[in-house]
Structures are given as structure tokens and as C-alpha cells.
Design a protein. Structure first.
Length: 253
């Protein structure tokens, strides 16, 4: 209840936050246990459905490499499954400070955060990661190097590419949410376009092999994501202006 929320002290807010964090951690721990049962199938898929044309023989350089990989896969699976619940808990904590209409509007973003994350993972794994692997492998062959990959390095290389791309695919949702809160608008986004494009170019160069084609292949969808975000922001901003005009007309009458 909003009135009850207004009367809550700082201690009450911290107590509620602690309760929500505790529930989230309990769920994460339960899902993490389940993640160990699917870690092996996920590992088999990631190692047998790698980039085409590359035959990788992964090695363990320490006794704990296999355990570390198992833990990382289980953690990633648990994080992906609990992500919607975590976001909902954040929304539930801040929602009492929002108006009823804003609560309903922001609640609908939660499933789209998860969907965009999965799309980013798919794009990173099936598009960017193979390009990076093929480039590094071809360069190693040109230098006459024997490719001996450790399992830990392989998964570290994979996650360092996929995770940033997955987060970038959240850009439309973040922009739409900030527009909903009137912290952003399409005019401001258009003014930031040059800076945003430059940042996207830097990111695409950093997470891809140092060749123009790979960077361009990653840059194009990122630019499209930004422009899509501007379009969504413009649509919501127009709706906000129309609602403001309607309220003013009702007030004047």
C-alpha cells in the first residue's frame, strides 16, 4: 500500500530489502543445485557444437580445471533461470514509490529483459564467438603454432565475448524503462547518437578479432539496437505527451 510505504522507516526499508535478497539467494541456491545436473549436457553441447571447421581438443592443466568449469556452467545456468525472479524482486522493492500506472507499465519489462538476454547469448555464441575462434585459429596456424587449449581458457574466452554482447542486447529495455521514468527522451538520444556510435565501434572492436569484417558484422546489429531503442523511446514519449495534453485539457475544463 502506498500510504503504508510512505510511513516506513529506513530500518523497515532495509529489512524489506534484506528479506527480498534472502529469498532470491535461497532460490538461486536451489537452482544452483539443479544446475549441477545439467552442467554435463551443457558442457557436451558447448564442446561438440563449437565453431564449424575447428577440431578442438581441450586439456586440463590443473586438477581443478574440470571442477571449475562445472561450477561456472552451473552458476551461469542458475543465474539465467533466476534472472526474471531477481528483476521482479527489484521491481517489487521500488514499485511502492511509483504510481499505479507506472507499476503496471514497468512490470511488463521483466519478461522482455530475459528474452533480450537470451537473444544476446544466441547472437554472441552463434555469430561472434565462431568468428573470434576462426580468426585466432587461422592466425595460430600461420605462425606455425600448435593449438593446445585448456578447458578453463576456452570457457573464459567464450564468456568474455558472450556476456558483454548479452548485456548490450538489454539496451532497448533500459532505454524504454528510463523513458518511462522521464529520465530519457528521443531528442536527448538523438543528440547522443555520435557518442553512442563511437562507443559501439569501440565495443565491437574490443570483443571481435582485429579485422574489419568481424567488427562490422557485430557493429551493424548494435547500431540497429540503438536506433530501435530511439524509436521505442520516441513512441513512448509521444504517448506521454498525449497523456499530458489530455490531463491539461481535463484540468482546464
Amino acid at each position: 500500500m502506498p500510504d503504508e510505504q510512505d510511513g516506513m522507516s529506513v530500518v523497515d526499508h532495509l529489512s524489506e530489502l534484506r528479506k527480498r535478497l534472502f529469498v532470491t539467494l535461497i532460490l538461486f541456491a536451489v537452482v544452483l543445485v539443479g544446475g549441477f545436473f545439467v552442467a554435463h549436457p551443457v558442457y557436451d553441447y558447448l564442446t561438440t557444437h563449437g565453431p564449424k571447421g575447428l577440431e578442438l581438443k581441450l586439456n586440463a592443466f590443473s586438477f581443478w580445471d574440470g571442477v571449475n568449469v562445472y561450477m561456472k556452467i552451473a552458476l551461469i545456468v542458475a543465474l539465467a533461470i533466476t534472472l526474471p525472479f531477481m528483476i521482479y524482486q527489484i521491481w517489487a522493492f521500488v514499485s511502492p514509490g511509483l504510481k499505479p500506472k507506472e507499476r503496471r507499465a514497468t512490470l511488463k519489462y521483466i519478461p522482455f529483459v530475459f528474452i533480450c538476454f537470451l537473444i544476446g547469448v544466441a547472437f554472441g555464441y552463434f555469430v561472434v564467438f565462431p568468428l573470434a575462434m576462426q580468426f585466432t585459429s587461422s592466425l595460430n596456424k600461420q605462425l606455425g603454432l600448435v593449438e593446445t587449449y585448456g578447458i578453463t581458457d576456452y570457457f573464459k574466452f567464450m564468456t568474455n565475448i558472450i556476456l558483454p554482447i548479452s548485456l548490450l542486447f538489454e539496451l532497448p529495455i533500459v532505454v524504454l524503462f528510463l523513458t518511462q521514468l522521464r529520465l530519457l527522451n528521443p531528442k536527448r538520444l538523438k543528440k547522443m547518437r555520435r557518442v553512442a556510435y563511437f562507443a559501439l565501434v569501440v565495443i565491437s572492436v574490443m570483443i571481435t578479432p582485429p579485422d574489419f569484417f568481424s567488427a562490422f558484422l557485430v557493429l551493424v546489429p548494435m547500431v540497429l539496437l540503438y536506433e530501435f531503442s530511439v524509436m521505442l523511446s520516441g513512441r513512448m514519449h509521444r504517448q506521454q505527451l498525449a497523456a499530458d495534453a489530455q490531463r491539461r485539457a481535463e484540468y482546464e475544463n
